[in-house]
Design a protein around this ligand. Sequence first.
Ligand SMILES: Nc1ncnc2c1ncn2[C@@H]1O[C@H](COP(=O)(O)OP(=O)(O)O)[C@@H](O)[C@H]1O
Ligand SMILES: [Mg+2]
Length: 258
Amino acid sequence: MSALSTPTAGPSHEEGPQPLLVGTGLVLDYGDLRVLDGVDFHVAPGEAVGIVGPNGAGKTTLLNALAGSVTPDQGSIRIEGRDVTALRPELRCRQGIGRAFQIPRPFGGMTVLENVLVGASFGTRLSRRATHRRCVEVLELCGLIDLANRRAEALGLLHRKRLELARSLATDPRVLLLDEIGGGLTDAEAAQLVTTIKSLRELGISIVWIEHIVHILVQVIDRLVCMDAGRVLAEGEPQAVLRDAHVVDAYLGRGSRD
Ligand SMILES: Nc1ncnc2c1ncn2[C@@H]1O[C@H](COP(=O)(O)OP(=O)(O)O)[C@@H](O)[C@H]1O
Ligand SMILES: [Mg+2]
């Protein structure tokens, strides 16, 4: 079911809020380097979770594991209780996991609309007509409708970031994984991005957002996770996590501007 066409909260669970996406005991090594060292992570339907941590903490790798572009050496990933640990990214996408990358990768020679159509045909099994309609909705939501016929390579940074978001939204995600999409934007542009992401929340889409720019993040999230050296250092109410002495030491005290 399309989250865009059903502006309500996520699936209801009589027995309580069953998490939408769960990673349990995730361990991942690159050679001798343990990049994920027993990470437990979850996001509930409609919830927005922020992830912060110093460079090299394993944040992007965690997103890769959730999206299926890497397979953990240990641990499991479940969507609404179904084990998807071995499922390929494109099949996970069809289960409702959407992804926006730190570096937008549009097809430069295609128009904005064509780029979003590619995303839509990747993630959903709608008819051509419904797919087209959906893409127009997504472009409106992301403030790109007036640029629909512009070639992607002609877009500035803000619009390329919006297009990256639009492409992932076109896959009809129930949970959207965002990796540092705020970087490089002016304050005014970042504020627009926050407004767009808040509007996605209102559609019931869960958000997992890695972001260095903490003051943007806290405007959107319900819960904050701080990672360091492949582990979850602290998690909970965002302001409480940001005050946590370990977080201050590991993250905010050093390297937060890189
Ligand atoms: N494909 C890879 N091969 C080898 N090492 C990698 C690979 N991807 C990431 N790493 C290493 O894993 C660690 C965590 O990386 P990453 O998840 O990108 O951290 P973050 O997103 O928190 O900055 C870093 O030391 C990084 O160099
Ligand atoms: Mg990263």
